[in-house]
Every structure is written in structure tokens, then in C-alpha cells.
Design a protein. Structure first.
Length: 399
């Protein structure tokens, strides 16, 4: 067991519903993989007096970060598509040139498990270097049984190769294969694959894309009904391009989160508030696609909907592996405060993954910590492109 105290630290505990929870001359005591004390250094309980001590010279400690919406496992690149779009090509032009999501599907289907693992590891390592301790990874670039399962197996292997917590999400209802209609795909491939993935313990959550270019609310219900049957929590890509009523549908099923939400209605927000569904804000896709409709941040605030923030790391609409940059974008593009951004990457992101004993600096919480070469937590959102991490603690162990 590990028995350790980090002293001479500035703490942003996020221990209350509002405020940083700052402790200027603070200390954190860890016993095993749990925090047993977080507070003023001059009030450390006597039973921890013989713990090994490390002075941090005033550095900031926050909870370890969470990237609660990613598509890290894929093959191929969409850089040429990006170039064509900037040269004025239409979506149809790009599709004819082999671009779009189906180019990623084809590349991912063709990649071996080892190739997918190597690419995902490189992307994961960039997140870990910024203090991320938990990453959600979605499938959805296979759209066939074999590749969807392979993506989930790769996601599971990442947690064996790095000190990180991986939440595996089945996103078989991501797009409709070109050679069949939506219901044929759901009934013949997607839902049987979900059942198989659950039987292999490869799924923690189930997601879908509810949009006029993807799956209808009625079709998403079919997916969610199977998830409920399997005892799996749900989340939903909702209201990114239009209002399909996805947020309200997600809330009806007690979804952990609804994600994107640029076009969410007042009724959708009210339903989310009533269900405790987290709004996951994804500024990377908004920025990269040049969108103009912003998610209704002030309406979420007024309704008491918790907001998380994530990279949406993927090859087509958010080729980003920096959660700190996503936090900065959330502030500069959408008007989130630095405190909201840090909560969005910690305690609210944990809630979006169904994790309740992690994400704050408090006794009893899992000891995932990020130690930063700054003293003001606003610096984490303010700076762009800086290497701010001093040390990452995962489950009480330095890494």
C-alpha cells in the first residue's frame, strides 16, 4: 500500500458545488489508491504523521483530468479532405474523392489490431501528458461486427499498457453503411454486435448519433432499449446539426450525457435538468467545422444542467488531442468561465461517465491527481500550447 503526503501545495479541490475550493497552503494525504485528507497543511490528522512526504514548492494540485468524449481508435487521415474543403470543395466533391466518414471506416476496417493500437497509443500519450487520467473511447468506425469489436478490444488494451482509466463506449449507431438502410443495419449488424460486445465485457456505455444524416429518434430507441436490457447506461450525440429531440429522448432513458447540443431546445434542456443528464460541450468540432450556432451555455446554467468539456478527438471534425486547448476554446468561443472549464474536465466529466467517487480532492475519492507548474487554476484555461504538467498521480501512484 502507498502512504504519502504531498505538502507545500496549492489545492483546487472543487469539493463544493461552486467555487475552486482553494487551499493556499495545502496538503493531500494518500493511503493506497484513495485520498484520506485534502486541506490545510497545518491540520493533517495525526494518524497520517508518519506518511512519506513530498514538498511541491507551492505547485497547484487539481483532480486528474477526464476526456469524456473521444474517438481515439481509428486508422487513416482526413488531412486531404481538410485541404479540399478549404479549397472550396463541396461535401459531394469530397465524397467522390474518397473523403468523409466512410474513408475512415474503410481505413479502420483494413487496419490490424496492432496498427490500431499503435495509433491510439500515440494519441492517448498526448492526453496523458496534459494530466488526463480517464478517457472515454467510442467505437463507430467499423460499422461491421468484426471491426467494432476490434476497436473495443483495442480500447481495453490501452488500459493495460498505460496507467489510465478507459471507459469503453459502443457507438455502433454512428453512421449508416452505404450498402444498406438504417433499420437493416441496426437489426442485422449493430444490435447483435452490441449484445456480443456486452457478453465479452467490452462495453461500459452505449451511444448513438441522433441526427437527420444518421439515426432517427425511433431508431435510437431501438438501440437504447437493448442497452437497458443489457443493464448498460446510455449517452447520445444530440442536436449537433438540427433539433431532432435527441436531448429529451436521452433524458427519458436517464442518459449520463447528451453531447454537442448546439441546437437543443428549451424542452430538451428542461428534460436534461430533470434527469440529471450532463451536457458535454465539444468546442473542437465547432471550431474545426466553422460552425456558427453555439450551444446555449447560459440556458444550461439557468436550468442547473452540469456541463462537461471534451476534445471529441476524431479524424473528421476534431483532430485534437489536447484537453487544455478544448478548455481554452470552451472559454473563448462559448464564454465558459475558467472554473466551469476545470469542472467540465474533472467532476462533471466524471459524472458524464457515471463515476461518482472521483473528480474532486476530498477524503474517500480515488487519488487521481494532476500537479501543475502554476499556482492559479485559471492558468489551465488561459494558456494555449504550454506544457504545464509537473506530475500525474494515477490511483495514488506517480507516473
Amino acid at each position: 500500500m502507498r502512504h504519502h503526503i504531498y505538502t507545500d501545495a496549492t489545492l483546487a479541490t472543487l469539493s463544493e458545488a461552486r467555487g475552486w475550493g482553494m487551499v493556499a497552503d495545502g496538503a493531500i494525504a494518500i493511503d493506497g489508491d484513495r485520498i484520506v485528507y485534502a486541506g490545510a497543511a497545518n491540520s493533517i490528522p495525526g494518524q497520517h504523521a508518519d506518511f512519506e512526504k513530498t514538498s511541491l514548492g507551492g505547485r497547484l494540485i487539481t483532480p486528474g483530468l477526464f476526456d469524456c468524449h473521444t474517438h481515439l481508435v481509428y486508422a487513416g487521415s482526413r488531412a486531404r479532405e481538410f485541404e479540399l474543403r478549404l479549397e472550396g470543395a463541396s461535401y459531394e466533391d469530397i465524397a467522390r474523392a474518397g473523403g468523409g466518414i466512410f474513408s475512415t471506416v474503410q481505413a479502420t476496417r483494413s487496419a490490424s489490431e496492432e496498427d490500431l493500437l499503435a495509433g491510439a497509443l500515440a494519441r492517448l500519450d498526448r492526453l496523458l501528458a496534459e494530466g488526463v487520467c480517464t478517457v472515454e473511447i467510442k467505437s463507430g468506425y467499423g460499422l461491421d461486427r468484426e471491426t467494432e469489436l476490434r476497436m473495443l478490444r483495442v480500447a481495453a488494451r490501452l488500459a493495460e499498457m498505460r496507467p489510465v482509466r478507459i471507459s469503453k463506449t459502443f457507438l455502433g449507431a454512428h453512421a449508416i453503411p452505404e450498402d444498406m438502410d438504417a433499420d437493416q443495419y441496426l437489426d442485422g449488424i449493430c444490435l447483435p454486435t452490441l449484445r456480443e460486445a456486452a457478453a465479452e465485457n467490452l462495453v461500459d456505455m452505449v451511444d448513438g448519433f441522433c441526427e437527420n444524416i444518421a439515426f432517427s429518434p425511433a431508431q435510437i430507441r431501438k438501440v437504447f432499449d437493448v442497452a437497458v436490457e443489457l443493464g448498460l447506461p446510455v449517452k447520445l450525440h444530440a442536436e449537433q446539426l438540427s433539433d431532432q429531440g435527441g436531448a429529451a429522448l436521452a433524458a427519458e432513458y436517464g442518459a449520463l450525457s447528451a453531447e454537442h447540443l448546439e441546437f437543443v431546445s428549451e424542452d430538451g434542456i428542461a428534460a436534461m435538468a430533470g434527469a440529471g443528464t450532463v451536457a458535454v460541450i465539444l468546442p473542437g468540432a465547432f471550431y474545426f467545422l466553422g460552425e456558427t450556432r453555439k450551444p446555449p451555455i447560459e440556458d444550461f446554467r439557468k436550468a442547473g444542467v452540469p456541463m462537461a468539456i471534451a476534445t471529441d478527438s476524431n479524424p473528421g471534425s476534431s483532430p485534437m488531442t489536447s484537453l487544455l486547448l478544448a478548455m481554452n476554446m470552451g472559454a473563448t468561443l462559448f464564454g465558459l468561465t475558467p472554473e466551469e472549464c476545470l469542472r467540465g474536465g474533472t467532476v462533471n466529466a466524471a459524472r458524464a461517465l457515471g463515476l461518482r467517487d472521483i473528480g474532486r480532492l476530498a477524503s474517500g475519492q480515488i487519488a487521481d491527481l494532476a500537479i501543475w507548474d502554476v499556482t492559479d487554476p485559471a492558468e489551465l484555461t488561459y494558456r494555449m500550447g504550454d506544457t504545464l504538467l509537473h506530475k500525474r498521480i494515477f490511483g495514488g501512484a506517480e507516473c
